[in-house]
Every structure is written in structure tokens, then in C-alpha cells.
Design a binder for this molecule. Sequence first.
Ligand code: ADP
Ligand code: ZN
Ligand code: MG
Length: 477
Amino acid sequence: MKYEAVIGLEVHAQLLTGSKLFCGCSTKFGSDPNTQVCPVCLGMPGVLPVLNRKAVEFAVKMALAVNCRINPRSIFARKNYFYPDLPKGYQISQYSEPLAEHGHLDIDADGTKKIGITRIHMEEDAGKLLHGEGPEDENFSFVDPNRTGVPLIEIVSEPEMRSSDEAQAYLRAMRDILVYLEICSGNMEEGSFRCDANVSVRPVGAEKLGTKAELKNMNSFKFVKEAIDYEIQRQIDVVEGGGKVVQETRLFDASKGVTASMRSKEEAHDYRYFPEPDLLPLMVENELVEKLRGALPELPRQKRERFISEYGIPSYDAGVLTSSKGLADYYESVVKATNEPKVSSNWVMGEVLRLLKEDSRDVKDCPVTPQSLAGLIKSVKDGVVSGTGAKEVFEEMYRTGKSASEIIKAKGLVQISNEDELSKVIAEIIKANPENLERYKAGKTQLMGFFVGEAMKATKGKANPQVINKLLKEKLG
Ligand code: ADP
Ligand code: ZN
Ligand code: MG
């Protein structure tokens, strides 16, 4: 029998507000443990939460970017459970009335596929447990509550993905949007962008969904794919072996590449959800929604399509260039100054990204401004410097911050395009090689390469090859 995988994703994204969701504590990542806490986020008796307006605006922006309807009224709820990283003994979340519903996201999968977004709700993060690994503390776990109360949105998809590749495409698209909106760092290693994958299998053609397992603990796109692929095969093996998939939560072990059962699946009623009595319903006015909608930036997909149609560059180029907003802006500035979309794309995708990657630098810290790069591209076009020489110049610009013309001069890389000067060089070469000239004239036209090579040698590689070729053709007839 043939099987089909069914995947639904729950994404948690940390919002880049300066302070937490219900108190004024900092959300900064990586500070010393227990330094960003107060009675509110530590769950002391008698304190009251105050909702962070910025967090609501960020959540609404994301909801609009993925085509959700914003509920004018939503309710915070207490989700009760005990865990050492949860000082209050409950998490403030949203349950029956979330902030937003009924959205969708287009992903790249054999063309474009529309994946439904069930809901987006707001909630607070829990603290972090650090499990000792050293010889002295291997039997201990540590609690760092700096993260308690950091604002999150949870984005729940419909079970509409059919492969690990689609799941990966969905996650990438989701993360790109969050980062473009500048509301989430998207950093998976730091846990700012996390995902749980719900996976089931069913016979091809069946309508009814199979029993799902929920996979946790995947902190890279690669692990998400590996975990899902492993889980699909595991479930198929269970079914083929005459067994039944049980509903459970499974952890991915990246070092072994397997998923293992963590606990049987908890049900909503286990959490004893009830409306948070310390917070009023959240009313989001239409005026605010429309204001935020109007201020949405161009999103990655739209930008990619515009680059293809406006600049006529291949879709591969457009994909790379729009992978971050900063890179896209950089590219557009270069094009504006050069009016050479494809040449500019080659430079940005090639030399610029290569050097930035080498230094793990962000494009916003690129030492070569788009204007300087444009200057260099123009120098190549005008024949001032050769294409190969220009790469050397660019590297030097990147290292020293000097301008293209300064370096071209200092390094003696100025290309010779002057026809009179080059004609003299050619005349001498022809004079020095009478036999080759005879053979050329007798029909051995491949010798053109020989003459070009001699001319380049004579000028120490500075001759403009196009001009040399043109002059030689004239001279040799
Ligand atoms: P639960 O109540 O167990 O949390 P939900 O209905 O809230 O389940 O769905 C959680 C996530 O699991 C959603 O992303 C949904 O698309 C996905 N999902 C639900 N049923 C299945 C299934 N049978 N197979 C795969 N994913 C599923
Ligand atoms: Zn606090
Ligand atoms: Mg759920």
C-alpha cells in the first residue's frame, strides 16, 4: 500500500519587543541568569499583569501578513500546568478566542501551494532549564527565569503539508516574513523561532486523518526535515507491521537522527483552561488594524516577484537577493546607480556575499557601499579595469574601505583601452612573429589566440581584451 504524510506545524516566534509581555523587564538574550526578573514575571502573589501594546501591534502585523482575520475581541486564558520553568504554575495564553484566525501562506512546492493558517494567538514564554553537564553539576538542573514572560506568538497551521520539504518551505517562508517585519530575530539556535511538527500518515486516497505524533526539540531547518522524514517512515513501519500509531509527544535526538517517545499526548482539558481574571478582554480597534495594514512593508514573496518582472533577473537570483531585506535594499541601490540589473546581481550574489560570509558579517555592515560597488561596475563597463582585475579591486575595497579608482591607480590595474597605444603593441608583436603571421594568413585562424596572448603578455595583462581582439582582426584581415 502507498502512504501519504500529513503535517501540521505549530510555530512559536519570540517578538522583538524591548520589554516582556506583562511587565517592564528586559527581553535581552544571553544576560546572566535571574537578572531580568521582577515580581510579575516570577509570579509573586498579589501582582498584576499589564499588557504590552507593542507586542499586540507586532502580533497583528504578522497576522495581517499571513492574511488572517483579526478578531476585534480576544481573551487571555490561563493554561495550568506544573513545571520548574513556569513560576506561576500557569502560562498566560489565548485559547478559545485567539487574536487572529483564517489565514494562509503561499509556499514554494512544485509551483505555489497555499497552506491554511488556523490561528495566531499571543502568549508568554516560559523560563529556561539548563541541565548541568560538567563533572561537578551533572546531577543538577538550573532554572533561569529571564525568559519567563517574553512575548510569543503561536502560529498554528492546518494539516495541509504533505512532505518534509513542504514543511521546510513553510517554515522558511514564515521566518522570512517575521524577519522582514522586524518583529522576530528568527534565530532558531537561540530559540527565538521554534516549531513543533504534527505528523501522521494515511493510505493514499483516504480522507480520514491518521493518528498524529507531535515532534518537539528541532532547532534547525535541517533537523525539522530529518525528524519528519524519520517519523513518517517510523509510522509507516508501525502500520505495515500491523500496529497502531499512538498519539504522543516525541523528542527528536539530533545526534542519533531518531525521534523517541517523551510523553503521551496531553489533552486541552488537562490544562484546565479558564479566562485570565487579571486581564480584560483584548479589544483591537479596526482603526489600528487598518493603520498597521497600511504600514506593512513589501513582503519577501512580493519582492521576489517584483525583482523578476522589474529587473528581468532569473528567479534564482531574485530568491537569493530577497533572502533578506538588507540584501535586497543593497542590491536595489546598486542597480539604481548602474542600471545594470544582471551584472549587479552577479556582483552582489558573488563577491559581496562571498566576503560577507567569510567574515560572518551582515550586509548592513558591508564596508563597500552600494555606491562604491556601482562605481567599480562602471569602471569595468568603461574599460578602465578588466573583469578579473575588478575582483581584486573589490576585495581591496572591502578590506580597506578605499574607493575603486584609488585602488585601480595604486595597484596599477588601469586597463589600457587606448587604440593608438594598443595598435603599437600589436604592430610589434606581428613584426616579431613573421612565421605565425604567415601561417595565420594561410588559414590557421586559431593563431588569433596566440596573438591575443602575446598582446596581454606585452601589456602585463592590462590591455583591454575586447580592443585587442578588434584591432587584431583589422590588422590580420
Ligand atoms: P491538539 O488539540 O492535539 O493540539 P490541534 O487540532 O490543536 O491538535 O492541532 C495542532 C496541530 O496539529 C495543527 O497544526 C494541526 O494542523 C495539526 N494536526 C491536527 N491533526 C493532525 C493529523 N492527524 N496529522 C497531522 N497533523 C495534524
Ligand atoms: Zn518582570
Ligand atoms: Mg493544539
